[in-house]
Design a protein around this ligand. Sequence first.
Ligand code: SAH
Length: 392
Amino acid sequence: MKLTLKPGREKSLLRRHPWVFASALQTADEEPASGSTVDLLAPNGQFLARAAYSPHSQIRARVWTFKDESVDREFFRRKIKRAIELRQTSKVEGHTDAYRLIHSESDGIPGIVVDLYGDILVLQSSTAGSEFWKQTIAELLIEETGISNIYERSDADVRELEGLKPNTGILRGTPDTKLHITENGLRFHVDIQHGHKTGFYLDQRESRQRVGELAKDRDVLNCFCYTGGFSINALANGAKSVLSVDSSADALALLEENIAINNLPADRHTTLEGDVFQLLRKFRDEARSFDLIILDPPKFAPTAAHAEKASRAYKDINLLAFKLLRPGGILVTFSCSGGVDAALFQKIVASAALDAGMEATIIEHLSQGIDHPVSLHFPEGTYLKGLVCIKG
Ligand code: SAH
């Protein structure tokens, strides 16, 4: 089917941005089927792109290709091969046996995330178009990677916006759902069935290693610690003490196991289950202090519409963290919110320091790992940003 854009609304496609909003399309005589491939035309009839149709989403079409080429099995094979090559070029396997193999729009397959954990792939499909091609993509993944075990974790909230129900379970083969990975020489238990995202926050690999390097002889507070990525790196690199806080008891149980399998000194580590917003206030009231604080909260602003509320939450925790830091202490603070860009995040952290009455200096900008590439035409692909600040 062919869909025509309203006058002036073809501009973003000409810039190769892959999203077409419902409001940009002229009314068609009949509605394409969910996930089916449509041609997008300029008002003058010129071919612009071939895309997947999402009848329930505000993002009504997501581009597969800007070329006049067939979108078929071989098309997806080319995309998958290219994604594999990119990871070979970036040499991510030199650091870990778990990494993101397909990163949705940035690898040219909107709606599909595939994370590789040793000999298991975890696939997440989140759009009508990716659902349409899911089984084909699963077959191609097996052919191109030689890995025969695929577990599906299509349970992200965004599926609701596409009118899709959650879908989880074995897609191919016989994947173990509890496994362990080795990242930068450290081992981690991963539960691909119950864990967050596909089981592990693969995007923080490089930052976890950096925190390790900064942690020696320091008293560390790791907020929103999940299964202890930052804590394990800090302990392995000689932190004096590490206090890990998260609201998930399951994540904290895995953290304890991760300390054990890495033979790290458990007597230097404390686990605390609770709400970071409350605990930071409690620590402030108790006049506690730390040399290194990590703030890696969940996504407060999935889209720009949530930016204001999210900004308040980021400012709150960053302000409290600045107060808890000793002079010369280090704050490693992140935002993974698509709705808060790097410039806004830096402003929020600056205003937190100001209100805390502190001077602080940024010594480093951090971002998502090398296996989470960003298409130049899809800046939304840069979602994770971090700042390393020294107090005083
Ligand atoms: N730094 C981690 C990933 C953090 S993900 C890593 O490297 O693996 C965010 C974590 O915040 C999740 O584990 C979630 O359980 C936790 N969380 C969400 N809201 C919270 C809150 N209000 N207080 C404490 N933990 C919270």
